[in-house]
Design a protein around this ligand. Structure first.
Ligand code: GLA
Length: 729
């Protein structure tokens, strides 16, 4: 990694192991230009890349065509309403109601390490392993100053970007829009890769053609959402897993976002990513600063797989802070799909006893233990234990579970309030609602206005009190509805547009407080399954419930899309019963185990009702989990085949960093008659090592397995699966 200021042509060059990013400062006014982003190039050659000698020339040489210049100039941060008609990166309202803004270059600083972004999750590093370029910018007419930040990391092809701006004028300014990044580049027939979904179908991979005009992914739901994901990749025409151009952009934020690609008249692309401007307006009184969240960019010409592994490594080394990150998580059993709301302490202890016999290590009590919550119509906010169900109280239950030999975990939904709750009867104004309007219910609940300190403190204290009252090792923090009726009883009229962002900041503050006060707690985030599975939340919790869909076959596409960016160790994955509660499919117990192995691994079923064979299978599955968890958690992930693409089978591989072993998971979704074995070309092995293949007497060179492939015998039946372990001889 390196960042260099190239004095002779007033430009900056950021280098990662395999990529370069060049920023040029242009003309007397200091336009901040984007010259290059791609595979590594030498410093000597960057000057011509700005193309400033071409028409329409810079304003100091051709002021009459200033608008042509601004509308074609590739910039690092587009202004608004001053000549560039492409997507703006920032929009303000000044004291006269005007919206023109353009940030121009003033100075720079190159520093070791990476300064903090106030109040927000972000990648971090010590001074030895990252460098940061800060470009100081200004709109002198408005009295706005800003800092564009870029960081590079040792042994990584990621570059992070963010911006903060400050009102240094004497007047109030409203910030109506701020993107965290803007990147202009020539189109090279890229496709756009996005992750779309819904409840129970999160993060499915979709490719889109990039047409003229704007195409985007976004959420205005108050969370990163099931529906679309804060991620875009531009993928070359012929790019595969192992070869070709990819530009990835991932937003480190858990609220409203937009990621957009715009193809213009000159066949160039503008990519922007940031907080969605819908319902957003932030008031900046003199002296106020605004920090925009970070975007993580990855370029590679080595295919999607290299992008994936770059994100995995960056997030493991520079984003996730939990001490559990590098540890094997306890194998848990969650009672949600086992009992839903219908449980009491006896039922839970029954489950715990049998679970213990099977080798399970933790019981998680899900929704329904508090207030009068016997279904999803009431009690959110009433965070005291329901002693009709949990007779003798929570401490007694936890002690009993501990006595059996299991750890104990508990479910919360801190951000919510049920209209039918004591809390709502006492504080109806604590719910987010527009005065005079009937607020939208979703799952019969409202969202708490956690932007208010007293509300935040109240729920946090409820949670902390419960955690201190018993020996609790794990919390599942859920969020089961999206935001609507955006209005806060506390914010002044001209600050209502701040609510959505303040909500996310408040959530982050609460989670920060929780992990600081309970450093040994294992936190799993969740949102109606995986609606808030994003890098922002991974800053606080090492794992996130991936989806309420626990069907092994459905999980293949969900986990493929999720693992495109996020390490396998972050994906909450459990074995559940069949017929599966979401899709009614029947799959072998073994396949359910093999698929859950790619995530955190656990059970979500009534273990007391399993057949003898299934019960006997659990200790074996747990032994397999223990055997492979370090490899899966720490290794390099390779996608070898996708059921989504071939309609028949799925195959992925994890290789240890030292390439001494690899685990291949093969799932035969549909069986085919009268066919040869399936040949799968392996990746990531050491060419010169000889690998022994489990379940056979064979050994082959890494080079052979890469070029000629591994032959996988077809299995008998649909939904069958198998693990193949390669060990260096
Ligand atoms: C959400 C979660 C589930 C479960 C329920 C409880 O849907 O994703 O795992 O906790 O809430 O209401």
């Amino acid at each position: 990694m390196n960042i260099t200021y190239l004095r002779e042509n007033n430009s900056f060059k950021l280098d990662t192991d395999n990529t370069s990013y060049v920023i040029g400062i242009v003309d007397k006014e200091g336009f901040i230009g984007h010259a290059y982003y791609g595979a590594r190039i030498p410093n000597e050659d960057v000057a011509y890349l700005m193309r400033i000698n071409e028409n329409p020339l810079v304003p100091s040489l051709n002021e009459r065509d200033r608008s042509s210049f601004l509308d074609t100039f590739p910039t690092e941060f587009s202004g608004n309403n001053v000549g560039d008609y492409r997507e703006s990166s920032i929009k303000i309202r000044d004291k006269n109601g005007a919206s023109g803004i353009q940030l121009l270059y003033r100075a720079y600083r190159i520093i070791k390490g990476k300064p903090k972004i106030k109040g927000l999750p972000e990648t971090f590093s010590d001074e030895a392993n990252a460098m940061t370029l800060e470009i100081y910018v200004e709109d002198a007419n408005l009295g706005i100053e800003g800092t564009l930040s870029y960081s590079v990391f040792n042994n990584s092809d990621a570059i992070t970007r963010s911006i903060r701006i400050k009102n240094v004028s004497d007047d109030t300014i409203y910030l109506d829009k701020i993107m965290s990044m803007c990147l202009d580049m020539d189109d090279d027939n890229y496709r756009m890769l996005v992750l779309h979904g819904s409840w129970a179908r999160e993060r499915h991979i979709e490719y889109r053609k990039i047409g003229y005009g704007k195409q985007s992914v976004s959420s205005i739901r108050g969370e990163s959402s099931h529906q679309e994901h804060p991620f875009i990749a531009l993928v070359g025409e012929n790019t595969t897993q192992a070869y070709g151009d990819v530009y990835g952009f991932n937003f480190v934020y858990s609220g409203n976002f937009i990621g957009q690609v715009e193809k213009n008249q000159f066949n160039s692309l503008r990519v922007v990513m940031g907080i969605h401007p819908e319902n957003f307006a932030f008031k900046l009184v003199p002296g106020d600063e605004f920090y925009a969240p970070e975007v993580v960019m990855v370029y590679t010409n080595q295919g999607l797989g290299h992008m994936t592994r770059t994100y995995h490594d960056l997030y493991r080394n520079h984003l996730m802070r939990s001490s559990f990150l590098r540890k094997s998580r306890p194998v848990l059993i969650n009672n949600w799909e086992a009992t839903y709301f219908d449980f009491d302490n006896e039922k839970l202890l029954d489950i715990a006893k049998t679970a213990k016999e099977c080798g399970i290590e933790m019981l998680v009590m899900d929704d329904g233990w508090f207030g009068n919550r016997n279904d999803d119509n009431s009690s959110l906010g009433d965070w005291w234990v329901n002693e009709t169900k949990i007779k003798g109280g929570l401490k007694k239950l936890v002690d009993d579970v501990n006595e059996i030999g299991l750890k104990f975990g508990i479910w919360f939904e801190p951000e919510m309030i049920s209209p039918d709750s004591r809390l709502y009867r006492q504080h109806p104004d604590w719910a987010i609602a527009i005065p005079g309007r009937i607020p939208c219910r979703s799952r019969n609940q409202y969202v708490l206005d956690i932007t208010r300190k007293e509300v935040r403190d109240y729920v946090y204290n409820c949670l902390a009190t419960i955690l201190k009252s018993a020996n609790i090792d794990y919390v599942k923090w859920d969020m089961n509805r999206q935001l609507t009726d955006i209005s806060s009883a506390r914010l002044e009229a001209d600050r209502q547009g701040e609510l959505m962002h303040r909500y996310v900041l408040a959530l982050y503050e609460m989670q920060e407080r929780l992990i600081a006060e309970f450093p040994n707690l294992l936190l799993e985030n969740c949102s109606g399954g995986g609606a808030r599975f994003d890098p922002g939340m991974l800053y606080y919790s090492p794992q996130i419930w991936c989806s309420d869909n626990t069907d092994a076959i459905e999980r293949l596409s969900i986990q493929e899309g999720t693992a495109l960016i996020y390490p396998l160790s972050t994906m909450g994955a459990h074995v559940s019963v069949c017929p599966n509660h979401t899709v009614g499919r029947v799959t072998p117990f073994e396949t359910r185990g093999n698929v859950a192995l790619a995530g955190t691994f656990g059970y979500e079923l009534d273990v007391t009702k399993l057949s003898k064979e299934e019960k006997e299978a659990i200790p074996k599955q747990i032994a397999t989990y223990k055997k492979f968890n370090k490899l899966i958690r720490e290794g390099d992930y390779y996608r070898l085949a996708s059921y989504r693409e071939n309609n028949y089978y799925d195959c992925y591989q994890v290789v240890s960093k030292d390439k001494s072993e690899a685990l291949i998971t093969f799932v035969q979704v549909l069986s085919q008659p009268n066919m040869h074995s399936i040949k799968i070309k392996l990746q990531g092995l050491d060419d010169n090592k000889i690998y022994k293949i489990s379940g056979s007497e064979e050994s082959h060179y890494g080079e052979t397995l890469k070029n000629a492939g591994l032959l996988i015998e077809r299995l008998n039946g649909d939904f069958q699966s198998k693990l193949i372990h390669l060990t260096e001889q």
